[in-house]
Design a protein around this ligand. Structure first.
Ligand SMILES: NC(=O)c1ccc[n+]([C@@H]2O[C@H](COP(=O)([O-])OP(=O)(O)OC[C@H]3O[C@@H](n4cnc5c(N)ncnc54)[C@H](OP(=O)(O)O)[C@@H]3O)[C@@H](O)[C@H]2O)c1
Length: 343
């Protein structure tokens, strides 16, 4: 058995805490260190999770020789810089979604990881959950006939605060990058499954949306995407309307409801999908028990790939991330949303 992967967490915010809380249930990894822009935050985090080395800078975390993999959990605009620096330091990398602000940035990150021969994956944890694999299998095997349409939305209402990273463009604000990346990646995965592939690229894309009148960050967006095989996806995301997260896969001979597509099994209850077939058959519920927390499954997806000597994972390959980022670029262009420095 390979030795455990020694994780260092870069940043101490909300998702960093979730990942740290799940790591004790990872088969393949253990948390050894944390780095923060401030020593006080690193020490508080280390005390909360026990037995970690606390570093008062991200540079110091990357210089820690015991750390073999880093989990980058900063706001999106700094994913590029810290991925490049982590790769140069020879650390394997799990970086939060979206991998970058745009496809060009993501390409630089992939190039850096390849140049330094380190693992890199965008942290789409739902891609590591058995529910996602089962959905892809059902679609591929024709459980609902031919896949015709995908409905996917991700709406999380945030109280308006112009400084919050969801509204503040300097922190990568915008619903498309923060939330829309999930329905896009989900539709790509399922449209790909219909053709027996890991993902599909759109044939056409039409989007629209609204920008926040104070900060200019997109806060509601919808899109219609055409995929090969006559598959149409209707996607939406929002940070300014009431909570709604669900997806439905519609086929020529039935449909599948997926009430928890993006955080299956969280918080701590089994994920359930329902397969409907017309003609009087009772809907079939499929339940996925929580063997591990979602973020531990993600850590093990990374740990297993690294143990096999791989530099990317089929759960979210480099090509898949780059294609996903290109769709997000198109969606932002459709709503007139640009970040400073973008051409
Ligand atoms: N996969 C998921 O389920 C999931 C869920 C939520 C968020 N995310 C992603 O994770 C990333 C972080 O999100 P979050 O919700 O954890 O954000 P957050 O709570 O605001 O925390 C971000 C952390 O990044 C560090 N940071 C570095 N530069 C910063 C800056 N200029 N302003 C503020 N913080 C800065 C800070 O840590 P230090 O002060 O310690 O340096 C801060 O605590 C985003 O890219 C987001 O899309 C993923």
């Amino acid at each position: 058995m390979s030795p455990k992967l020694n994780w260092g967490i870069l940043a101490t915010g909300g998702i960093a805490r979730k990942f740290a809380a799940a790591l004790p249930e990872s088969r393949t990894g253990r948390l050894v260190a944390v780095g923060s822009r401030t020593r006080a935050a690193a020490e508080k985090f280390a005390a909360d999770f026990g037995g970690l080395r606390a570093h008062g800078s991200y540079e110091a975390l990357l210089a820690d020789p015991e750390v073999t993999a880093v989990y980058i959990a900063t706001p999106h605009p700094s994913h590029l810089e810290w991925t490049r620096r982590a790769a140069a330091a020879g650390k394997h990398i799990l970086c939060e979604k979206p991998l970058a602000l745009n496809r060009a940035g993501a390409q630089q990150m992939v190039d850096a990881a390849r140049a330094h021969q380190v693992f890199l994956m965008e942290a789409f944890m739902y891609r590591c959950h058995p529910q996602t694999a089962k959905l892809a299998e059902l679609v591929r095997d024709g459980a609902i006939g031919e896949l015709r349409a995908i409905h996917a939305n991700f709406t999380v209402p945030f109280k308006f605060d112009p400084a919050h990273r969801i509204f503040n463009k300097a922190l990568g604000g915008g619903a498309i990058l923060d939330l829309g990346c999930y329905p896009v990646s989900f539709s790509r995965r399922m449209a790909g499954a219909a053709a027996g592939r890991a993902f599909a690229e759109p044939l056409s894309f039409h989007g629209s949306g609204r920008l926040n009148t104070v900060t200019g960050a997109d806060e509601f967006a919808a899109a219609t995407v055409a995929y090969p095989g006559g598959i149409t996806a209707q996607l939406s995301c929002s940070s300014c309307t009431p909570l709604e997260i669900r997806t439905r896969l519609l086929g020529s001979a039935g449909w599948i409801d997926v009430p928890s597509p993006f955080h299956p099994g969280e918080p701590n209850k089994p994920a359930v999908i329902t397969l409907h077939r017309p003609g009087g058959a009772a809907p079939e519920k499929m339940e996925f028990a929580n063997a591990q927390p979602l973020y531990a499954l993600e850590a093990d997806t990374v740990g297993d790939a690294i143990a096999r000597g791989e530099l990317e994972s089929p759960a979210m390959s480099h090509a898949d991330t780059l294609g996903n980022m290109a769709v997000l670029d198109a969606w932002r262009a459709a709503v007139g949303m640009r970040y400073d420095g973008e051409g």
